[in-house]
Ligand binder design. Structure first.
Ligand SMILES: Nc1ncnc2c1ncn2[C@@H]1O[C@H](COP(=O)(O)OP(=O)(O)O)[C@@H](O)[C@H]1O
Ligand SMILES: [Mg+2]
Length: 414
């Protein structure tokens, strides 16, 4: 009886030590976890409050997260005076960070986006990783509550639209225009063929071509469609007034491929050469639709008439060079998507000054109409009336009608 008592106490003693040790281990583990989370949070808040914090990421480039207050301060409280413009995805503001960096902040219209934060950050990470000298760089983003903002590098000479058909006094020389034409082609080639995730831009247009201090072009707004449901991104393109850039097969049947961007690129090139909008109903009827007007001039061997007056006055270009670029644009506007060249072929032709060998067909183009078009043209109609804010829009496509057919505007109602 006496001999078992000390052994029981010894057992209790060791058991006590073991329990104490276990409790200490658990406490240390819990404290470590707590302090680590606190430390990370503090580091992130510190970075955010200075110039945007790095979101811990295993990918090539970490996302820089900005807090809402930082961006509010940078843009003077999203002041109207800082507003650079407003497109289908929301307004864009110019801002200056505490460290002096000038930025462009795009406030995404959250009403349209049904995404949660993880998906938003995943898309931002994807876009951040797409980098090329002819693509606008995404610096970071902000995701707080219902706010979703994208922070881009600011482009000194803003967008091409303000120069080619704004009140702007700047006249772009032929060499600058060519630099823009080839730069955009290279940016698109990268998106379509060379980046690790294949990207179709969907909204190539003059206001999405931004120009740096040396008028080097950078494509903006790539990857944005990922933040919005498929159908809405498509509708916003057609309804937001960029119809003239939209490839007919995409507008009518929603058939989306790189070839839709290549079509838009063709329209953009004609705009750069002629310094006018693709659709201008104030012009004489035969000139209203730029692809069609270019085709008419081509058939009359007068394509050089497309060149705008300011460039003609400048005179510093050769006719052969301009015609060469016009021919590439016509190739990009072919009604059959498969007949349009890939972007790498466009770059190749521009660099080597090789003429396209294909025989062109009349470009297909979209036209706003409220009544069926005449029997001389093949047509398909869609009504995009889902947008309550916009009137019903009837879109028709004209293609392959003989070059000598009456101009569409003779029978078109707008
Ligand atoms: N990174 C940027 N730097 C300078 N200006 C920009 C930048 N991003 C956009 N902008 C300007 O903001 C305007 C609005 O842009 P956006 O909302 O994308 O609409 P959209 O492209 O349909 O015009 C553009 O026309 C452009 O002039
Ligand atoms: Mg834009």
């Amino acid at each position: 009886m006496h001999s078992s008592k000390p052994s029981v106490s010894i057992s209790f003693f060791f058991l006590g030590i073991a329990v104490c040790f276990l409790i200490v281990v658990i406490i240390v583990f819990v404290l470590l976890r707590f302090f680590k989370a606190e430390l990370l949070l503090k580091m992130r808040q510190y970075n955010d409050s200075t110039q945007g914090g790095n979101y811990l990421s295993s990918d090539l480039h970490a996302i820089t997260l900005f807090d809402f207050q930082t961006l509010k301060k940078a843009t003077n409280g999203f002041n109207e005076k800082n507003k650079l413009g407003s497109g289908g995805f929301g307004p864009v503001y110019q801002g200056v960070l505490d460290d002096g960096r000038v930025i462009a902040v795009k406030q995404l219209s959250v009403g349209k986006s049904k995404q949660g934060e993880p998906q938003f950050l995943a898309e931002v990470k994807m876009i951040t990783n797409i980098q090329h000298k002819n693509l606008v760089r995404l610096i970071g983003c902000c995701s707080e509550g219902s706010q979703r903002l994208l922070v881009y590098e600011y482009m000194e000479n803003k967008s091409l639209d303000s120069i080619i058909y704004g009140d702007n006094e700047t006249v772009l020389s032929w060499s600058t225009r060519f630099q823009i034409i080839i730069g955009v082609a290279r940016g698109l080639q990268y998106l379509h063929e060379d980046s690790h995730s294949r990207i179709i831009h969907r909204d190539i247009k003059a206001s999405n071509i931004l120009l740096d201090g040396k008028f080097q072009p950078k494509i903006g707004d790539f990857g944005l469609a990922k933040f919005f449901p498929e159908d809405q991104a498509y509708l916003s393109t057609t309804v937001a007034g960029t119809l003239g850039y939209t490839a007919p097969e995409y507008a009518i049947r929603g058939e989306l491929s790189e070839k839709a961007d290549i079509y838009s690129y063709g329209v953009l090139v004609l705009e750069i050469i002629s310094c006018r909008k693709n659709t201008d109903l104030a012009l004489p009827s035969e000139q209203q639709y730029l692809p069609e007007y270019a085709w008419r001039l081509y058939k009359k061997s007068k394509l050089i008439d497309l060149v705008d007056e300011k460039l003609k006055t400048d005179g510093n270009f050769t006719e052969t060079d301009v015609l060469h670029v016009c021919h590439i644009a016509l190739l990009c506007l072919q009604p059959e998507p498969n007949l349009r060249p890939a972007m790498s072929e466009v770059v190749g032709m521009l660099v080597s000054k090789t003429e396209p060998t294909n025989i062109f067909e009349k470009p297909a183009f979209l036209n706003r109409r409220s009544s069926p078009i005449n029997s001389g043209a093949s047509s398909e109609n869609i009504i995009a009336s889902e947008h309550p804010s916009s009137p019903s829009l009837s879109i028709s496509v004209l293609q392959n009608d003989p070059a000598n057919a009456p101009p569409p505007s003779d029978h078109c109602e707008t």
